[in-house]
Write a protein that binds this ligand. Structure first.
Ligand SMILES: Cc1cc2nc3c(=O)[nH]c(=O)nc-3n(C[C@H](O)[C@H](O)[C@H](O)COP(=O)(O)OP(=O)(O)OC[C@H]3O[C@@H](n4cnc5c(N)ncnc54)[C@H](O)[C@@H]3O)c2cc1C
Length: 414
């Protein structure tokens, strides 16, 4: 019997366990994870790790000593197979069962996969975990050409890493621009130029018809009939939340395990956080990403996983505080650090600070005169300032925003 059982040992699970302790939760905590490793960082898997610049020893999220000090029992290589809510038990793949007083779902998400002809060929990769990253790194060392399917963050980061490793890369994207759901056209264009400068070839507005090869992939065929040679393929098609276990035990699921602003699921003993959870973020709803004030959505980011896990931990410790945060995210491609804060959806005006050609600039998005989002490239100070300004819902003078002699943070008072 554990007072708290956490299913999924990654960002949200680890943060939830540590934050529960920090909130004074005194009971036993057991965290169950189906991967063979203790919790580790995922962002480097498409960045420094893939580029061979760091090895797996740099990835752990916490040391084993920290888990021990905090009296968190970590059971790796074990899958939670079934939840019995009435009896408050979790059945595990090693044949054991754990009883719980409180349960947390931090089961994350898995890659959406190709369904076209040839999808089962060898050397067709996806990237979610350490094993995937090792397989891509290994394939890259034997490949001259690669096709990346999907011009989202994972696809573009993989493309950049493969180029750094000397592989010829073509990116296939069905939309007419990169990162269509995440950034406005000016950022898409900037990144596309950066990749093209590094020799990446793009096939926009293109769909894959099938993968060709004998045993292993050799080429991909587009719906246009064009064939692109590929010694390896990496598909970055987005993710699917791991909700089946929650669904099977009767929790409300709607493109994610539905939770309220306190991270509570439809069962008051059960919380959920991270990529698997859909929550009502009043901030995102207010800027028009949702429909109505309570629409739930999943936000796939480290920030969201950590923040909602802290909220869930506070709820378990009897100190419930609602979640409302300005979302932020980052991506590294070549020498460019793109940092995004807030949302650009629905902006009416863009103010550019700095010069895009220099590779260091900030794009600020305004709606009804209010700052709702900011994308920065190699401008971490502007990113931090923008996060505060967005949270404060400032209505800055666009001329002042543009004026680089005025530090962004000084506009808070405005
Ligand atoms: C390559 C890559 C790069 C990324 N880069 C960035 C970035 O630059 N910035 C950013 O903000 N975000 C980034 N992300 C996204 C970020 O990693 C995720 O948002 C984050 O990992 C979500 O954490 P989580 O704990 O909710 O879920 P996950 O990290 O997905 O972990 C869930 C864990 O639960 C396990 N699990 C699932 N079901 C069960 C079960 N039944 N029993 C036991 N265990 C189970 C899973 O195997 C997994 O280990 C990146 C993701 C990837 C894959």
């Amino acid at each position: 019997m554990a007072d708290l059982v956490i299913i999924g040992a990654s960002y949200a699970g680890t943060q939830l366990a540590l934050a529960a302790r920090a909130n004074g939760f005194a009971g036993n905590i057991t965290m169950v994870g189906d991967e063979p490793h203790p919790p580790y960082q995922r962002p480097p898997l498409s960045k420094a790790f893939l580029r061979n610049e760091v090895d797996a020893s740099s990835l752990p999220l916490q040391s084993p000593e920290r888990f021990a000090e905090e009296r968190i029992t970590l059971r790796t290589g074990v899958t939670a197979l079934r939840i019995e809510r009435e009896g408050r038990k979790v059945e595990l793949s090693d044949g054991s069962e754990i009883g719980y007083a409180h349960l947390a779902f931090t089961t994350g998400a898995r890659c959406r996969t190709l369904t076209c002809e040839g999808a089962g060929l060898g050397n067709v990769h996806y990237l979610r975990n350490l094993a995937d990253a090792c397989a891509i790194r290994d394939a890259a060392s034997r490949s001259r050409t690669a096709v990346v399917i999907g011009g989202g963050f994972i696809g573009l980061e993989v493309a950049a890493a493969l180029r750094t490793l000397g592989v010829e890369v073509a990116v296939v994207e069905m939309q007419d621009r990169l990162l269509q759901r995440a950034v406005p056209p000016l950022i898409s264009t900037f990144l596309m130029r950066a990749h093209a400068h590094q020799g990446v070839r793009f096939h926009l507005s293109s769909r894959v018809r099938r993968l060709l090869g004998h045993g292993s992939v050799e080429a991909i065929e587009l719906e246009s009939g064009e064939v692109i040679a590929a010694d390896m393929v990496v598909a970055g098609l987005g993710v699917v939340p791991n909700v089946e276990l929650a669904q099977a035990c009767g929790l409300v699921v709607d493109n994610g395990i539905v939770v309220d602003r306190y991270a509570r699921t439809s069962d008051p003993r059960i919380v959920a956080a991270g990529d698997c959870a859909a929550y009502p973020n009043p901030w995102l709803n207010a800027v028009g990403q949702g429909v109505g004030p309570d629409r739930c959505m999943r936000v796939e980011s480290i920030q969201s996983a950590n923040d909602l896990a802290r909220v869930a931990a506070a709820t378990l410790a009897g100190r419930a505080t609602p979640y409302e945060a300005v979302p932020w995210f980052w991506s590294d491609q070549y020498g460019y650090k793109l940092q995004m804060a807030g949302a650009s959806t629905g902006h009416e005006q863009i103010v550019l600070r700095g010069d895009m050609e220099s590779g260091k600039f900030t794009a600020l998005y305004l709606r009804d005169g209010t700052l709702i989002g900011a994308d920065t490239v190699n401008r971490p100070i502007d990113h931090l300032a923008a996060r505060r300004l967005i949270a404060a819902r400032v209505r800055p003078d666009p001329m002042a925003l543009q004026d680089e002699s005025i530090p962004l943070k000084s506009l808070a008072a405005a």
